[in-house]
Write a protein that binds this ligand. Structure first.
Ligand code: DGY
Length: 418
């Protein structure tokens, strides 16, 4: 039994992963500032240090490119324990960064942080607003095709080895990648991480971007990988709505953002797979569906989209395991309950799914998901992800966003606090 309660443990994890103005997702495995991890860190800090919460977001945006893109990693200081580091990405930016983005949760989390204390946060939020707006505009010009947000690399989706990407990855030529040494396997068991064939392809796609000089138009039109991502689309749609709410409160004209919302709402239809009865990733080069039921499909509720068929699919996948929400379909033969995004449940994603369920009036389901997520964390600790069949903790330990969502959501009921 740990003598200190889970709230205090969660706060200690956030403080322990703080590198001074930014937070690493976990020591060792991820030693830099990651984009969406950092936004969750800010939300977690907001429960006990509001100034530190805003600083986290401000530091993330120091990595923003001229184009508006907020990169998925900001390499504030070098760390040989991670591969691929700044030299491999070769973006030639200050600070050094990766060359792709990540699901843009920042506007939504900035809104939730601000709403908890509107007076205290107004000035900090006003400072961030133009930067958030520029990043959303970048997505709409550099990553949207036919109304769907497309990812140019599985790492951009944040759901690296999800079966969603298998068909797009199969087409990636790895003949020129050369030798390299992975570092992740020194931190986490190989059976919980993406395989070598995946890593070869991750690098081949990276090399294309670097050789193009990180030219967004070239990457979108001719890159080796381009898939419409339901997760990215739903997160950006929700983030647009939250950014528009922020803009209105600040007295800004938000017509451009409202137009983006309409574009993405219409674009979501492109990803509705009638055979799967769910939203599904789609290869934009071939037009083919991934035919995979991933947890990202259930972010539709979070984006305000609702379909009775999707709710039925959610319940079926959920009931096939003991703890929601599996990242891939537990009824498929390729389901791997401990391998990263090919099966495990991810507490931070559960937070977004539950918020969507709650906002759509599915309050009982939202509470079930909170209670199951809390049970995972209570029994296994603040791990990166969990086996949804038996609650085995997986991946990195003392994980920032798991701690953050404990403080803001999973641990917030009369029974869980303390
Ligand atoms: C990794 O290194 O595994 C990350 O997911 C890339 O962002």
């Amino acid at each position: 039994m740990n003598p200190i309660g889970p709230d205090e443990q969660a706060r200690a994890i956030l403080r322990g992963n703080d590198r001074g103005g930014y937070t690493v997702p976990t020591a060792g495995l991820y030693p830099y500032q990651w984009n969406w991890d950092s936004a969750f860190a800010a939300w977690g800090f907001s429960t006990f240090d509001i100034d530190r919460a805003w600083t986290e977001l401000e530091t993330l945006f120091t990595g923003q490119w001229q184009s508006g893109m907020v990169p998925h990693i900001v390499f504030h200081r070098d760390d040989p324990g991670y591969f691929p580091g700044p030299d491999v990405w070769g973006t030639k930016t200050t600070p050094p960064t990766s060359g792709i983005s990540q699901p843009p949760v920042a506007a939504s989390l900035a809104r939730w942080i601000w709403e908890a204390d509107p007076e205290a946060g107004r000035e900090r939020l006003a400072g961030l607003y133009p930067r958030l707006l520029a990043s959303h505009r970048w997505f709409m010009t550099a990553r949207v095709k036919d109304g769907a947000v497309c990812v140019t690399h599985p790492w951009e989706s944040g759901r690296d080895n999800c079966p969603d990407w298998d068909i797009g990855m199969a087409a990636v030529d790895t003949s020129g990648i050369g030798d390299y040494q992975r570092r992740d396997l020194g931190h986490v068991d190989a059976s919980m991480r993406p395989g070598k064939a995946d890593y070869d392809r991750y690098l081949a796609i990276l090399h294309f971007g670097r050789e193009s000089g990180w030219n967004d138009a070239e990457i979108l039109e001719n890159g080796p990988f381009l898939m419409a991502d339901p997760g990215m689309t739903f997160i950006l749609l929700r983030a647009h709505e939250d950014l528009a709410a922020i803009g209105r409160a600040l007295g800004e004209d938000v017509a451009e953002i409202e137009h983006w919302c309409q574009t993405l709402r219409a674009g979501a239809d492109l990803m509705w797979n009638a055979d799967l009865h769910a939203y599904d990733a789609r290869d934009m080069r071939s037009g083919r569906f991934a035919n995979n039921l991933s947890s990202a499909a259930f972010l539709a509720f979070y984006a305000g989209l609702d379909r009775p068929e999707l709710e039925r699919r959610l319940i079926r996948a959920w009931n096939a395991v003991r703890y929601g929400i599996p990242s891939a379909d537990p009824e498929e033969p390729g389901f791997e309950p401990r391998r990263y995004w090919r099966g495990p449940a991810w507490p931070f994603l559960n937070t977004l799914i539950a918020r969507g369920l709650h906002d759509r009036g599915k309050v009982g389901l939202a509470e079930r998901l909170r209670a199951e997520t809390a049970a995972l964390i209570r029994s296994g600790g603040f791990y990166e992800y969990f086996d949804p069949t038996d609650a085995t903790p997986c991946g990195g330990k003392d994980f920032t966003w798991t701690a953050a969502i404990w403080l803001t959501w999973a641990g917030r009921s009369g029974k869980e606090t303390g």
